[in-house]
Design a protein around this ligand. Structure first.
Ligand code: ADP
Ligand code: MG
Length: 700
C-alpha cells in the first residue's frame, strides 16, 4: 500500500527524472496526482464514423493513419502537417496541423489514433478536414494497457510539459490501485444528507468513470463524484476560515466606548447628512469596535459611494477613546488626497493629522515618527511607509486600509503588531459579490454601501472610434466653456517603440495644450513626476487653476474633483474593466451631468465585451461580475497576492452554489460538534491536509 503523502517516485514507472518534472508543476505526492482533475471526458466506447464529420461537427473518432505529408510554402516559413485518416468502414478524412513539423515523427502510417476535434470546410480543396485535432496514439491490439485508454469513457488531463495525457492517465490509474481503500474525512451525516459518494468512489468516478455515467454530467463537473470533491474542497476551506474568524473574535482587543458625547463628536464632524447605507455601515463598524475583540471588517462600496466619510466616523470613535488611527493608501497621490480630506474633516474637532510617505526626506520622516511615537498626532495618513519597523505608535487603536487588493496579507499582519490588536477596517471599491468576498477575504466581516450620495446623476458613457475623436474634443470643449473640467487619460506616459499604436500622455499633452485645447489651461500628470510635482498639479486641478488634466492611470484611484464632468479615455481597449470603471468614477461626483468617452482603436472580442459593458451599466457590482466572467477569478483577484485559495476541483465562480452550501454546512458543523471527538478529528485533518495549501496558516 502506498500512502497518499508518499512522493510520486514511489509509483511504478515514475523515475526520479519524471518525478522532478511533475514536482516542477506542483505535483509532488500521490495525493496531488489523485486530486488532479481531468478537464474533459471522451466516450471511446462509441465513435462516430468518419463520414459523419460534416462541416462544424465535433467529437471523438477512431482511425488508422493511412498516409502523411509535410507541406511548406513561403520559403519554409509556413508548415502544414497533414494526415490521411481511415476508419474500419474505409471512410477517409484528413487532419491538419499548422506549424507542426515535429508531428512527422510522431504520427506515422499504420498507427491507430483516438482523435478529438472539429471538422472545417476547405474551400480550395473542396473537402472537409479536421483542424488541429487533439490526438492520442493508441496501444496495439493485445496490449494490456489498451483497456485504460479505449472502449470506455476516458478522462483527458491537461498535459504537463512533455508528459502526455496518456501518461498521466496511466499514473493516476496506478495511484488509484496502489492506495487502496481511502479514509473518508468528511462527516458521514453530511455525505448521507447530500447523497454524496465516499471519497474512494468519487475518485473512481472522476478518473475511471463507469460507462453508465452521463458524459455531459462528467464534462460539466456535475457527476456525483465531482460534486463530492468540489463540496469537500469548499467545506475544508470554509471550516478553516470560520474557525480562524472565531479565533480572532475571541482574542483580546480594544473595546471602544460609545458614549453620547462621542456620538455628538461624530455628528460635529459630519460635513453632510450620511446616506442610509453609510449609517448602516457605520453602525456595523461601531458595534464591532465596541466589542473587546479585534474588528476585522471590510467596507465595500462602489467608487464615489462615500467610504471615506464612514472611515472618518470610525476614526472619531477611536480618537475620542484616546487612541491613534492609521490610514493606509496604495499610492502617494491617494495618500495625499486622504490627508487633505482628513484635515478638513477633523479641523473642527482639533485633531492633529500627519502624513507619512516614501518620498519625504529622512528628516521629515524623523519628525513625523517622533510625533507619532509621542502621541502628538491622532491620525496618520500614508502609504506603506507607515509599515516600516521604525514607525512606532504611542497607542494605535484603529487601522484603516484603502483598496485592500493592493495590500498583501503580510502587511496587514505587520500593522497588527503595531498596537495591541488594533481594529482593522479595509475599504475596497472592487465590488466583489458577497459570497466570493466571504471566501476570498474569509476572515473578514463585510459591510456594503450600496447607495450613492444624493443628487448623483449616472455618468453618460459613449463609445467612439479613434477616427471620430474630433467630435469627442468638441463635446469636451462644450463642458469647458461652461466652466467644467476634464480628464483625458492615456495608457502610456511616453511614446513607445514597442507599442506604436498606443497614445501617450506626454505626446498628447503637447497636442492638447498647443492645439486642441489652446486657450484652456492644460496640465500633465503621470507617475514619473516627482511626488512634489504630482501634488502641485493635483492641487491646481482641485482649485480649478487647471481645466484639462492629461494623465495616465495615476488618476485611477481616489481623486475627487466634483467640478470635473468629462472623462476621456483614449485607447480604452487597452484597459481592464475594473480600471475603466475606476477611471469613470472620477466624474459624476457633483451636481452637473457628466460624461465618459471611451475612444478606441481596433477591438477584439474581449475588449468589445468590456466596452459594451461600460456603455450599458454604471453599476460596479454588475461590472465586477462581467469582469469575473471574462477574466476568470485568478486574474480578477490577482491570484497569489490576494490570497485566493488554490482549488483543484472546485471553481469559485462556476460552483458558487456548492460554495454556499459548504459554508453553511461548515458553520453548522462547528456549532454542533465543537469539542467532540469528530470535531477534533476534522480539525486535525484540516491542519494536516489543507492548512498550508489554503494559506490559512498565515492569514492574520
Ligand atoms: P469613495 O471613497 O467611496 O469612492 P468618497 O468617500 O471619495 O467615495 O466620496 C465621494 C464623494 O461623495 C466625495 O466628494 C464626498 O465628499 C461625497 N459624499 C460622501 N458622502 C456623502 C453624503 N452622505 N452626502 C453628500 N456627499 C457625500
Ligand atoms: Mg475613496
Amino acid at each position: 500500500m502506498v500512502r497518499l503523502s508518499a512522493p510520486l517516485q514511489f509509483l511504478k514507472g515514475v523515475g526520479p527524472a519524471l518525478a522532478e518534472k511533475l514536482r516542477a508543476k506542483g505535483l509532488e505526492t500521490v495525493e496531488d496526482l489523485l486530486f488532479c482533475p481531468p478537464f474533459r471526458y471522451e466516450d471511446r466506447s462509441r465513435f462516430l464514423p468518419l463520414k459523419h464529420f460534416r462541416e462544424g461537427q465535433s467529437g471523438a473518432l477512431l482511425a488508422i493513419v493511412a498516409s502523411t505529408r509535410t507541406r511548406t510554402w513561403r520559403k519554409g516559413s509556413q508548415v502544414l502537417f497533414e494526415a490521411e485518416l481511415q476508419d474500419e468502414q474505409g471512410n477517409r478524412l484528413q487532419a491538419r496541423w499548422y506549424n507542426a513539423k515535429y508531428l512527422a515523427s510522431e504520427i506515422v502510417p499504420g498507427l491507430r489514433l483516438a482523435l478529438f476535434g472539429k471538422a472545417e470546410f476547405d474551400f480550395q480543396g473542396g473537402r472537409v478536414f479536421l483542424a488541429h485535432p487533439e490526438f492520442e496514439v493508441l496501444p496495439e491490439e493485445g496490449d494490456p494497457e489498451l483497456a485504460l485508454h479505449m472502449g470506455r469513457i476516458v478522462p483527458i488531463y491537461e498535459s504537463i510539459g512533455k508528459i502526455s495525457t496518456k501518461q498521466i492517465r496511466r499514473f493516476v490509474s496506478r495511484a488509484m490501485e496502489a492506495t487502496g481503500e481511502l479514509n473518508d474525512a468528511l462527516p458521514a451525516d453530511i455525505l448521507t444528507r447530500f447523497r454524496l459518494p465516499r471519497i474512494g468512489k468519487a475518485l473512481h468516478e472522476v478518473h475511471e468513470p463507469p460507462t453508465e455515467l452521463n458524459l455531459d454530467a462528467l464534462n460539466s463537473r456535475r457527476s456525483p463524484g465531482h460534486m463530492r470533491l468540489i463540496f469537500e474542497e469548499f467545506f475544508w476551506l470554509e471550516f478553516g476560515l470560520l474557525r480562524k474568524q472565531r479565533e480572532v473574535k475571541r482574542s483580546p482587543g480594544i473595546a471602544f466606548q460609545l458614549t453620547d458625547k462621542i456620538r455628538e463628536r461624530v455628528k460635529q464632524m459630519l460635513p453632510f447628512k450620511p446616506t442610509a447605507a453609510q449609517l448602516r455601515a457605520l453602525k456595523e463598524i461601531a458595534t464591532d469596535m465596541s466589542q473587546p475583540h479585534p474588528m476585522n471588517r471590510m467596507l465595500q462600496g462602489d467608487v464615489g459611494s462615500g467610504k471615506t466619510l464612514v472611515a472618518a466616523e470610525a476614526a472619531v470613535i477611536a480618537v475620542e477613546n484616546g487612541y491613534q488611527v492609521a490610514l493606509l493608501a496604495p499610492t502617494e497621490i491617494l495618500a495625499t488626497q486622504h490627508y487633505l480630506s482628513m484635515q478638513k474633516f477633523f479641523r473642527r474637532l482639533g485633531y492633529n493629522v500627519a502624513m507619512m510617505v516614501g518620498s519625504q526626506t529622512a528628516r521629515e520622516k524623523q519628525q513625523v515618527k517622533k510625533l507619532i511615537a509621542e502621541g502628538h498626532v491622532q491620525i496618520v495618513v500614508g502609504t506603506h511607509a507607515i509599515l516600516e519597523k521604525s514607525v512606532e505608535f504611542a497607542k494605535l487603536g484603529l487601522a484603516i486600509i484603502d483598496e485592500q487588493h493592493r495590500f498583501g496579507v503580510l502587511q496587514r499582519l505587520f500593522l497588527r503588531q503595531k498596537g495591541l490588536a488594533p481594529d482593522v477596517l479595509v475599504m475596497t471599491a472592487t465590488p466583489i459579490p458577497r459570497t466570493l468576498a466571504l471566501t476570498i477575504y474569509g476572515d473578514l466581516d463585510v459591510s456594503v454601501i450600496d447607495e450613492m450620495p444624493p443628487g448623483r446623476k449616472p455618468v453618460i458613457t459613449k463609445h467612439s472610434p479613434a477616427t471620430a475623436a474630433k467630435s469627442v474634443w468638441e463635446a469636451v470643449r462644450k463642458e469647458l466653456v461652461q466652466g467644467r473640467q476634464a480628464y483625458i487619460v492615456y495608457p502610456l506616459v511616453d511614446d513607445s517603440e514597442h507599442s506604436p499604436d498606443l497614445k501617450s500622455a506626454q505626446k498628447m499633452f503637447e497636442m492638447h495644450s498647443g492645439k486642441i485645447f489652446s486657450g484652456f489651461r492644460v496640465a500633465l500628470l503621470h507617475g514619473q513626476l516627482s511626488s512634489g510635482d504630482k501634488d502641485a498639479v493635483m492641487q491646481q486641478f482641485k482649485n480649478h487653476e487647471v481645466d484639462v488634466l492629461v494623465a495616465t492611470t495615476v488618476v485611477e484611484v481616489g481623486l475627487d474633483v466634483p467640478n470635473a464632468t468629462v472623462m476621456v479615455i483614449e485607447n480604452a481597449e487597452k484597459f481592464g474593466l475594473a480600471q475603466l470603471h475606476q477611471l469613470r468614477g472620477r466624474v459624476g461626483r457633483g451636481a452637473h451631468a457628466s460624461f465618459c468617452h471611451l475612444v478606441t482603436g481596433k477591438l477584439n472580442e474581449v475588449s468589445e465585451q468590456r466596452i459594451r459593458a461600460m456603455v450599458q451599466t454604471s453599476d460596479g457590482f454588475r461590472l465586477a461580475e462581467t469582469d469575473l466572467e471574462i477574466r476568470g477569478p485568478g486574474e480578477f483577484f490577482g491570484t497569489r497576492q490576494s490570497g485566493l485559495p488554490q482549488l483543484r476541483f472546485a471553481h469559485i465562480l462556476k460552483d458558487r452554489e456548492i460554495l454556499e452550501m459548504a459554508r453553511e454546512e461548515a458553520r453548522a458543523f462547528i456549532e454542533r460538534e465543537n469539542g467532540t471527538e469528530g470535531y477534533r478529528n476534522a480539525l486535525q485533518y484540516l491542519e494536516q491536509n489543507w492548512q498550508r495549501r489554503y494559506g490559512l496558516g498565515q492569514v492574520g
